[in-house]
Design a protein around this ligand. Structure first.
Ligand code: FAD
Ligand code: MLT
Ligand code: ZN
Length: 474
């Protein structure tokens, strides 16, 4: 390990850490470490001498106690799917991998709760809920590898947030190891518990900078008895927003998904994705993937069909198809979930995970697209995302044939162009992915100074020695 790294611990200290988990779970060979040091888009490359893989909350506690006493920096890591670099050790910090804490401790269908350890993969949690007739509604394109601990620490949103809420709203209780190694036991199953400050929410969305989440009680819902999934061509984002409002007021079921996608990203998916089929004939400017769920077993399909026919009459919809069966519904969602991946073969992509009030989405998209293409002629905005939450992934692909490195070198400038429009619409520069390393400098420009001051005080109080994920968020 290069001694110039700011947070690199000395070999004797590494031996003490390794003794806590046992040599088998103290990883230091380069090949095993490699995939834990880069994030999916290859934007960041980290460095570390060791990754610890604790097998219990007590081992996490022992690691943090030693880390705090010896001023050793640690970076918690779950599935390493985060998109803002929060899970990467940039300066020799020890990685604290949570993936061995992968037990579902309990599924309590009567209380509508499930108790999961932090390393449980989201999809496994969804399946465990489903096995007892319940729904755990958090759903992300990365659900096959992201973890509950990562989901809570990033306060993930995803496609189910419209109806069921973001990760924060799905947490009933937490177990957290503090920076000094103490364990805070708040694994309650209670909806009502007004015994003082609600401390669980300090750790949700903290991106591993305040402590380590080791387990959580999560909220479950009844499985819907009928689900209809439609792939809809719409003339504009404005029509999409009007369609959403109409669907929410007209359809007796709940709108449980409403994703907007520009045509160009569908073209990327058709070109670069696996098993992707265009659900509709012809090319249309924008598409909506709408999912409606109901507790009534019958009647939903007729209702959605009639709704879409009426929307065509009102010029809100150009064309639409309702999934004929579960496999077709899955293929619509597969298309949606592949959109992160299919941007890669198109070269450099400058990301913006932003939110504005839902009514302002059409104006934001129009203004941001015009501003970005004026700023870098030939650049290709490919916005898509959770329009029902006002959350768009306003991603900008490089001009065809441009030099990728030169394009990516303009990341901050392009962000400034887009963020200005986001702020004009009273929006947020990070809707669901967090701050991590990527947006740390932007945060100080946009966050209320009093709020920022409180955040710094909180960080200092909970982690006075600055061992928890240094250089992230603040
Ligand atoms: P990691 O990437 O390992 O870590 C993320 C952050 O949490 C880091 O700061 C890390 O230090 C911290 N952390 C991890 N575990 C713990 C713990 N136990 N205690 C304390 N801190 C911890 N995000 C969305 O919100 N919505 C989406 O729709 C969405 N779609 C995605 C689609 C794809 C294809 C990909 C690749 C990513 C997507 N993401 C999305 C981003 C990402 O999947 C989420 O942020 C996810 O919640 C991260 O989980 P993880 O286990 O991979 O965490
Ligand atoms: C998604 O919604 O698919 C992800 O959050 C988007 C992204 O990769 O930017
Ligand atoms: Zn998203």
């Amino acid at each position: 390990m290069n001694e110039q790294l700011r947070h690199a611990p000395k070999p004797e200290l590494l031996t003490r850490f390794a003794a806590i988990v046992g040599d088998k779970y103290a990883v230091s060979d380069a090949a095993t470490l490699a995939p834990h040091l880069i994030e999916g888009r290859g934007l960041y490359q980290g460095r570390t001498a060791m990754m610890l893989r604790p097998g219990s909350t007590e081992e996490v506690a022992a690691i943090l106690k030693l880390a705090n006493e010896t001023r050793t920096a640690v970076v918690p890591q779950g599935g390493n799917t985060g998109l803002v670099g929060g899970q990467i050790p940039f300066d020799g910090e020890i990685i604290l991998s949570m993936t061995r804490l992968d037990k579902i401790r309990e599924v309590d269908a009567s209380s509508n709760t499930m108790t999961c350890e932090a390393g449980v993969v989201l999809q496994k949690a969804q399946e465990a809920a489903s096995a007892v007739g319940r729904l755990f509604p958090l759903s992300l394109g990365s659900e096959g590898s992201c973890t509950i601990g990562g989901n809570l620490s990033t306060n993930a949103g995803g496609t189910g947030a419209l109806a069921y809420g973001i990760a924060r709203e799905l947490v009933v209780g937490v177990e957290v190891v503090l920076a000094d190694g103490r364990i805070m036991h708040l694994l309650r199953k209670l909806k009502k518990d007004n015994t003082g400050y609600d401390l669980r929410h300090i750790f949700v969305g903290a991106e591993g900078t305040l402590g380590v989440i080791t387990a959580a009680v999560l909220k479950l819902f009844p499985q819907p008895r009928a689900v209809e999934t439609a792939f809809i061509a719409v003339p504009s984002p404005d029509a999409a927003v009007k369609l959403l409002n109409l669907a929410q007021s007209r359809i007796s079921g709940t709108v449980t998904g409403f994703e907007l996608m520009i045509r160009e990203i569908i073209d990327f998916a058709l070109k670069h994705g696996h098993n992707i089929r265009d659900p509709l004939a012809g090319k249309h400017p924008w598409y909506v993937l709408m999912e409606v769920s109901s507790q009534q077993p019958d009647g939903l399909r007729d209702e959605v069909e009639q709704f879409l026919a009426d929307a065509i009459e009102q010029d809100l919809v150009i064309d639409a198809t309702l999934a004929a069966n579960l496999d077709q519904a899955k293929s619509f969602w597969h298309l949606r979930h592949t959109l992160t991946e299919v941007q890669k073969p198109e070269g450099g992509s400058i990301k913006h995970d932003v939110s504005v009030p839902v009514a302002a989405v059409p104006a934001f998209l129009e203004e941001a697209s015009a501003a970005v293409t004026a700023f870098i002629p030939g650049s290709r905005p490919v916005p898509f995302g959770h329009v029902g939450d006002g959350n768009m992934h306003f991603n900008v692909s490089q001009p065809i044939g441009a030099d990728t490195a030169q394009f990516l070198a303009r990341w901050t400038e392009v962000n400034a162009v887009v963020d200005k429009i986001v702020l004009k619409h009273h929006g947020s520069i990070s809707a669901e992915h967090g701050i991590g390393k990527l947006k740390r400098e932007s945060l100080v420009k946009v966050k209320d100074p009093v709020a920022l001051d409180l955040m710094r005080n909180l960080k200092h109080m909970l982690d006075p020695n600055g061992i928890m994920n240094p250089g992230k968020v603040l």
